[in-house]
Design a protein around this ligand. Structure first.
Ligand SMILES: Cc1cc2nc3c(=O)[nH]c(=O)nc-3n(C[C@H](O)[C@H](O)[C@H](O)COP(=O)(O)O)c2cc1C
Length: 193
């Protein structure tokens, strides 16, 4: 029986280890179209993305590792080596930021960030639908202001929210254990006393 859209959605999982080929320009356009359909209070459009492919990823890796290693929290050598090995095979990386934009004080900052998170979730689902592996991570200098600025996300105006890596899964999918949804849902029928 053909997989229905809901089966497909429920089968999404993060895939960290990917290789070329990555999404084509047309597929990236679909992934970004999905992103900009995220819920967005006040049409603030807070989501910002930097698209990196091939050599640009290698340049970011060198820059970010140098920057992190010059900071008070250098990477352990094993972590640096495993990060380099992982990202050397990744064909597409999207750095994600939220534009803080204080011109609209009615809508609080956390709603801009929630919208950006929703945009990323849409991207992860779109990538899964297109048959690619995708993974959101906040390593590689996400909390380092030099790295954020180098990607175009000046910390005064943006909150840098990590990276989405995209590509063809290297390994066959392994089963994932998901939580039982009912553990997180309470039926509410009126004010609690
Ligand atoms: C904002 C955010 C940042 C994340 N950063 C990392 C990270 O740096 N390293 C990591 O191992 N997982 C990170 N994760 C978790 C993975 O993206 C992923 O959700 C997790 O591996 C579980 O896989 P699943 O999405 O299939 O449930 C992050 C998730 C979110 C929402």
């Amino acid at each position: 029986m053909a997989e229905t859209p809901i089966d497909f959605l429920l089968s999404r999982r993060s895939v960290r280890f990917v290789e070329a080929p990555g999404p084509t320009d047309e597929e990236l356009s679909l992934i970004f179209q999905a992103a900009v359909r995220a819920p967005d209070h006040g049409k603030l459009r807070p989501w910002r993305f930097a698209l990196l492919r091939g050599d640009a990823i290698a340049r970011l890796v060198d820059f970010a590792i140098a920057s992190v290693n010059a900071s008070d929290h250098p990477m352990r050598p094993e972590k640096e080596a495993s990060t380099r090995r992982w990202l050397a095979r990744v064909p597409v990386l999207i750095a994600v930021a939220c534009r803080l934009d204080y011109s609209n004080p009615r809508i609080p900052e956390h709603e801009r960030m929630l919208s950006t998170g929703a945009a990323v979730t849409h991207m992860l689902i779109a990538a899964h639908t297109l048959g690619y592996g995708a993974y959101w991570s906040t390593g590689l200098g996400t909390s380092n202001s030099e790295v954020a600025a180098a990607l175009g996300f000046d910390p005064l105006d943006y909150r840098f929210m990590g990276y989405v890596t995209l590509g063809t899964p290297i390994d066959p999918p392994r089963p994932v254990i998901r939580p039982e949804w009912s553990e997180f849902v309470a039926q509410w029928t009126g004010p609690l006393t």
